[in-house]
Write a protein that binds this ligand. Structure first.
Ligand SMILES: Cc1cc2nc3c(=O)[nH]c(=O)nc-3n(C[C@H](O)[C@H](O)[C@H](O)COP(=O)(O)OP(=O)(O)OC[C@H]3O[C@@H](n4cnc5c(N)ncnc54)[C@H](O)[C@@H]3O)c2cc1C
Length: 387
């Protein structure tokens, strides 16, 4: 019998295991894939996310990026933002997640890979975890099994999330072409009407992708071909193509089921504006572990604490959703806003990535509207130009 079984060896699961292991809790991670495993992801860890991790992750960072280039295709504008601290740390998820797992194991968490969890039976004093091989028992289960894991099916949440499609290509190009993109995180708005494109430089290749935040009918593969052309990336040595879903909104706000807690993508918590999910995976993983520890394994107490902690995140994501509505579902308003306030918007979004500003503060603090309208007075290091 374990104190806590965690389903999923991704960011949310490994961070939760680490936090519990540090406190001497008997933890087992069950992961269906052989580890380390590839995970479809841009691998951009915004500074806000990196700061949440309770230890250094430099060993698995391919590149620290201090600049962002935001291209507004509606108005042919380009905004360049720089910071003194890395805005985004670029990683490959198989490296990051495996490193987090090693940290958890270093604190006595156990893990078993190639174990597919197939069912969960909630009992009065324990949860029975049924897998393709054995049965396991625990006082608590943290479901950190991603956007399409077993927990959503077992707990009747299959249709509970708004999931948006995203594709991501690992693109290997000649060195001179790679160098053109190697020092900045590039974001393109207006190229895809209801979503955005990104170019993230890794150690020796580029992660190039598109997320479709409002219209799941657009053919992302066709758009990606056109996007590569637009970027003038035609000389490609090798490309690995991937696609997956990003859950940006849980309809029912229910994150605990008796002795079961949902974390990360399994809880449906990724940012509706940026599709950034790593920070929410980290935060919910930490919250799940803390709630179990603080609630001293009392079911009601644990659930109460977890729901309270998550409520703050829900508020934050609600404000992000409000902004995403204008950016992705109303292209004419986006065009107007970018044209007039694109620089201010780019600065403020960078502040959010840096953890210096929250969506709630952005929406509620009148001072931010002045920064939005007159960014020059508050600029840190911005330059902008047409393209
Ligand atoms: C194309 C794309 C690009 C993205 N880019 C970024 C980005 O640049 N920055 C960012 O912050 N976010 C990004 N995201 C979002 C981010 O990837 C997710 O929000 C994040 O990975 C969630 O982490 P997690 O630990 O909750 O889930 P996951 O990382 O998905 O981990 C879940 C784990 O559970 C395992 N599992 C599933 N079912 C079972 C089962 N039945 N039994 C056992 N194990 C199981 C899976 O194999 C997996 O290892 C992107 C997403 C996509 C799709």
């Amino acid at each position: 019998m374990y104190d806590v079984i965690i389903i999923g060896g991704g960011v949310a699961g490994c961070i939760a295991a680490y936090c519990l292991g540090v406190e001497g809790v008997k933890v087992l991670i069950l992961e269906k894939e052989p580890l380390p495993r590839y995970k479809t992801c841009g691998g951009g860890i915004v500074l806000r996310a990196a700061m949440l991790i309770p230890f250094e992750i430099d060993l698995v960072i391919d590149r620290k990026i201090y600049a962002a280039d935001i291209f507004d295709h509606d108005n042919h504008l380009h905004f360049h933002v720089e910071r003194y601290k890395p805005i985004i740390n670029m990683t490959m998820r198989e490296n990051l997640d495996y490193y987090l797992l090693a940290k958890a194991v270093g604190n006595d968490a156990k893990f078993k890979d190639k174990i597919l969890v197939t069912d969960l039976i909630i009992k009065d004093n324990e949860v029975e975890v049924i897998t393709n091989k054995d049965k396991y028992f625990a006082k608590y289960v943290i479901c950190a099994d991603g956007a399409t894991g077993i927990s959503t099916k077992v707990l009747g949440l299959r249709n509970n999330y708004i999931k948006v499609p995203a594709i991501e290509h690992e693109v290997f190009v000649p060195e001179d072409l790679f160098n053109k993109f190697s020092n900045s995180a590039r974001f393109d708005f207006g190229f895809l009407s209801h979503g955005y494109g990104w170019v993230f430089p890794k150690k020796k290749h580029l992660s190039i992708g598109l997320g479709n935040m409002y219209d799941d009918k657009a053919n992302l593969n066709d758009y990606l071909k056109a996007y590569l052309k637009k970027l003038e990336i035609t000389d490609i040595i090798k490309v690995e193509k991937h696609g997956y879903f990003i859950p940006i909104q849980p309809k029912k706000k229910k994150f605990t089921f008796g002795r079961i807690l949902l974390a990360g993508d399994a809880a449906g918590l990724a940012d509706p504006l940026t599709a950034e999910g790593i920070s929410y995976a980290i935060e919910t993983g930490i919250h799940a572990a803390d709630s179990i520890l603080e609630g001293k394994m009392n079911v009601d107490e644990v659930a109460d604490r977890y729901n309270k902690k998550i409520k703050k995140l829900i508020g934050e994501l609600k404000n992000s959703r409000f902004l995403s509505y204008f950016v992705y579902s109303l292209p004419s308003i986006r065009k107007f806003v970018f044209k007039k306030y694109g620089r201010g918007l780019s600065e403020l979004m960078t502040d959010i990535f840096m953890g210096e500003l929250s969506y709630s503060k952005l929406v509620k603090n009148p001072l931010n509207y002045i920064r939005f309208i007159k960014p020059r007075n508050f600029m840190k290091q911005p330059v902008s130009e047409g393209f």
